[in-house]
Design a binder for this molecule. Structure first.
Ligand code: SAH
Length: 237
């Protein structure tokens, strides 16, 4: 297998490349990622002290979460397979005086070059866009030091997530661009937990997050029916 390219869906990369100029438009097509950023940072901070820690951001896009992690004091290495998004990320970081090591690389390749180099690994809203999510999870497990944490967020797969994340979000409320998500690629929390365990990670915490239409914001919640976050730990020897 070629770790550089094998686990990449070219259509997915093209889709995000076409949105590249929108990464930092908080009211644009990628608005949802801006809206959920404070709560995912909040979730991460419940389990990881970020200041001074080395953090890898896998599938970083334009760097919305990477910059938040850097502002929280982490030393961030961030990778994505969309060159255009990385160009936007680099420019935005430079303009805002944020120091982030952006690289055009797949997770599997970074794992080969920097094994056990990170205190924490974050991989948000990526797994539902790759052909083989288990391979990305294995790479994340390989990247983190023993005792370190790995975070995933993705979408659950059921009727409710189809109605909310595809029908409502893409067609009715038009919160995200049509065709952003394919329901068949969504992953249940049980499936994600199983893949994490196979990669040698222990599941430490699970939380849902949900959109409140009246307040027009997102909050962490118990229900993992639609969007959810998982925190895993690599056991120390
Ligand atoms: N993690 C970011 C962006 C999520 S959007 C955030 O939550 O804010 C999904 C990102 O995954 C896009 O930037 C897309 O280019 C990237 N991507 C898709 N397939 C990928 C792959 N195989 N390897 C690395 N990045 C990939």
């Amino acid at each position: 297998m070629n770790p550089k390219t094998d686990n990449v869906d070219a259509a997915e990369i093209e889709k995000f490349s076409q949105l590249a100029d929108q990464w930092w438009d908080a009211d644009g097509e990628l608005k949802t990622l801006h809206d959920i950023n404070p709560l995912r940072l909040d979730f991460i901070r419940r389990h990881t002290v970020l200041r001074g820690e080395k953090v890898a951001d896998i599938g970083c896009g334009g760097g919305i979460l990477s910059e938040a992690l850097a502002h929280a004091g982490a030393q961030v290495t961030a990778i994505d397979m969309a060159e255009k998004s990385l160009a936007v990320a680099r420019q935005h970081a430079q303009e805002h005086g944020v120091d982030i090591d952006y690289r055009h690389m797949a997770a599997e390749e970074l794992a080969q070059t920097m094994p056990e180099a990170f205190d924490a690994v974050v991989c948000m809203e990526l797994l539902e866009h790759v052909p083989d999510p288990a391979a990305v999870i294995h790479a994340c497990a390989a990247l983190v030091k023993p005792g370190g944490t790995v975070y995933f967020s993705t979408l659950n797969r059921n009727v409710k997530s189809y109605l909310q994340a595809i029908i409502a979000a893409e067609y009715v409320l038009r919160m995200v661009a049509r065709g952003t998500h394919e329901h068949g690629k969504f992953i249940t929390p049980a499936e994600l937990a199983r893949m994490c365990r196979h990669a040698g990670l222990d599941v430490a915490a699970l939380s849902g997050f949900t959109y409140r239409p009246l307040a027009r914001d997102y909050v962490l919640c118990r229900s993992t029916d639609v969007n959810y976050l998982m925190c895993c730990r690599k056991p120390a020897p």
